[in-house]
Design a protein around this ligand. Sequence first.
Ligand code: SF4
Length: 199
Amino acid sequence: MLKKEARKITGGLSAPSKMPGPAYNLPAVACITGAKLAQVPGSVCHGCYALKGRYRFPNVQQALQRRATSIKHPDWVKAMTALIMGHKYFRWHDSGDIQSPEHLCKIFEVCKRTPSTKHWMPTREARFLKLMDPDIIPSNLIIRMSSHMIDQGPVTFWPWTSTVSSSTKTCPALDQGNSCRDCRACWDRSVPNIVYPKH
Ligand code: SF4
């Protein structure tokens, strides 16, 4: 499939300056758990950047909504594969989250079809992870379960996690110009938990 057609189907990828590869966004308002957490002071989603600023512009909202609707397109897997193929690193859901078990299965299929790409997907949707054995995840994908509250420890039911702390961090991005530079810890299955600083 041509990239032009793939972009039309999926709404396209984003290119966050911090990351070593492209990313994919869904509307934060569609986050099943995150939209509720956004109302809870002290949660990692409270004051979510993807619910403010330029993300509220109607054209940005429309583009995000197109992406959300496109997940059900019969050629979504083919189109995402065409866009991701050739990139060494990819981040799922710079904003947004898993919408359903069917959505997760489609993501697995995209990962299987792009074996040379390392995929990282953070999530707050414990409901989907609790349904499955981590061994069924494609080996080039890491799903990190994010804890809901700032200063909460990592969850214990899942092998790869992330937390947000007001006093410590393991993510070096802030000390290196808000960039990952050579760090690939988020994609690394040998790193069980990443601690991001509260910002
Ligand atoms: S831990 Fe490393 S890879 Fe993850 S966001 Fe921070 S700098 Fe990037």
